[in-house]
Design a protein around this ligand. Structure first.
Ligand SMILES: O=P(O)(O)OC[C@H]1O[C@H](OP(=O)(O)OP(=O)(O)O)[C@H](O)[C@@H]1O
Ligand SMILES: O=c1cc[nH]c(=O)[nH]1
Ligand SMILES: [Mg+2]
Length: 217
């Protein structure tokens, strides 16, 4: 399994990651969502370098221009709700992609224990396609794993890209154990060392869904 961690390279992306983590800045919801979207845009651009390309001859008003363009059939899937602005960032670049949406939420049994519930999936067939699953937070990795299992009811992709912004070390290990080794790549902007007793990433950024859209009751 390939793991691409953008924190290992200095780029402007680090500024956006710093802002979504920063308690003084992250409460500006518009900026929070836009930063997540911008990280999605940059990640999409970097990911596009991994696709398969072929030469097309493009008719311009003055002649024929040879251009290498990607041939992958993309399915851009996200996990509601925090995934929405991240998904939008990818979609701004991969505008021809098909889209899938999965709902996954933590149903608490008490303050510490919870199950992940998947209640909604809207997806095209994914057989032989490049599946990109976006979710800004990978804490335990369970939402990502169960969403992927739900996507498999729609077929088998030829390759899988798991895209997150902040992943815990534990989640990266969990994805490595539960996704097909030979066709999965994990893309993230940071790998944080731990999760706490509430399964929140530390230092992380807090609750991405609440920061983007407001607290749930
Ligand atoms: O790796 P896990 O331990 O499964 O946790 C990560 C999940 O938690 C967040 O969603 P959340 O459940 O907070 O829902 P929300 O997007 O509606 O806020 C996040 O967007 C992931 O989907
Ligand atoms: O740290 C975490 C864990 C789950 N969901 C979040 O939004 N943040
Ligand atoms: Mg949340």
């Amino acid at each position: 399994m390939k793991i691409i961690n953008f924190a290992e390279t200095n780029s402007i992306l680090n500024q956006y990651v710093a802002e979504i983590r920063d308690v003084q800045v992250q409460s500006d919801r518009l900026r929070f969502r836009r930063n997540i979207e911008r990280i999605g845009e940059i990640m999409a651009y970097e990911m596009s370098k991994d696709f398969a390309y072929s030469l097309k001859n493009i008719q311009t008003p003055l002649g024929i221009a040879p251009v290498q363009t990607p041939d992958n059939q993309l399915v851009l899937s996200t996990i509601l709700r925090a995934g929405l602005p991240f998904h939008q960032g990818f979609l701004s670049y991969f505008d021809g992609a098909e889209n899938a949406f999965v709902s996954a939420y933590r149903k608490y049994k008490d303050t510490l224990k919870f199950d992940i519930h998947i209640e909604y999936i809207a997806s095209p067939r994914i057989d032989g396609k490049t599946l990109i699953i976006t979710d800004p937070m990978l804490a335990t990795g369970s939402s990502m794993e169960l969403s992927y299992q739900a996507m498999l009811t729609k077929g088998h992709p030829s390759e899988i890209h798991v895209a997150s912004i902040i992943a815990s070390r534990q989640a990266v290990e969990h994805i490595a154990e539960t996704f097909p080794e030979d066709k999965t790549t994990i893309w993230c902007a940071a790998i944080d060392p731990e999760i706490n007793e509430h399964s929140y990433i530390v230092p992380g950024l807090g609750d991405a869904g609440d920061l983007a859209f407001g607290e749930k009751e």
